[in-house]
Design a binder for this molecule. Sequence first.
Ligand SMILES: [Zn+2]
Length: 287
Amino acid sequence: MNLRKLFSAVVLLASSLYAAAQNPAWTQPFPPFHIAGNLYYVGSKDLASYLIVTPKGDILINSSLESSVPLIKHSVETLGFKFSDIKILLISHAHYDHCAGSARIKQLTGAKYEVMDADVSVVESGGKTDFHYAAQPNMHFPPTHVDRVLHDGSTVSLGGTVLTAHLTPGHTKGTTTWTLDETEGKRLLHVVIVGSPNVNPGYKLVGNKAYPHIAQDYAHGFAVLKSLPCDIFLGAHGAYFDLTAKYPRWKAGDRNAFIDPTGYKAYIANREQAFKTELARQQTAKP
Ligand SMILES: [Zn+2]
């Protein structure tokens, strides 16, 4: 093992430990389950991954941590699907808790990695061009080649399923909210998978040289999120949409447990208020 490999191994170990230390729910297994139509939950207790099954192969959203990959594979297989059927890999945004496993998943499945334009350099540099975490090795991840660059409004199609990529930036420059339609019985259901509307601790919303338009981007993201029709409310973390509260209802037989347009609106409104409060605080604190 050369020094560079040793260094990356140490960094990976450190980031896994960091992740585990950050939130135990990130690495805690969670039962995989059918959400609606051809959409399934295959993530951990908090790091959400979604499988969309089509006759032409499958789509996976969020590779999560490197240590998540065997867990996601196990969930896919528990549902009766083949991991090697994953043809397209997508992410919510270019932070290691959603994309560190991508290199490994591409290696295992040969999936095409499709990423929003403004997150591509972060993904391909392994986090070294991130506007906030560039200098923090514990936030880095294996650099991963992007096979198709997406833009705001791009669609991803496979076997009759169409997903739309909505740019909802701020949290990262290319944070992506995914939408798709599912049918349950005769009912058409609009699915929204929120990319992340959150302002992380330490984010500079005012005078940010690495991301001058961050505040305008967040504001634009909230406008987009408020415009999306939503029946089934999902997101990059289970905590966004109360996975652990809704799943027991689902398990008890309530197949509508994840249909929550009111919860979606309330969540977005709550996060927008948190953004506005933090922006006002930083504007006031500015000398
Ligand atoms: Zn993030």
